[in-house]
Design a protein. Sequence first.
Length: 104
Amino acid sequence: MAPGILFHEPGTGLSSRNPTLDHVLDEELGDVWRELQPRDVLVFYQHQTNRNGQPWIPLKKEQFERAIGLPVGAAKLATADKIARDVAFFYAEKTRLESPQQAR
């Protein structure tokens, strides 16, 4: 089977301290990741989480990595600051070496 790309756009991104239906819980994202096949790519939309000028992308990228069971720094990041500074895309390819246990 050819690899696929799953683009997950929940509205605002991963859950915050006060999640709404526009958020994805870490556990839900982990469930999606476990269903992917080797070589599939998960692309995840994340909207800016705060407005106080503090860095938000590294924290949300680490949350994404933890949610799918990857080591910190393993996921990739795509941004387009000239178009939308308040949006980031995190993505990762599922490898053949990962087992369902690693993604929990």
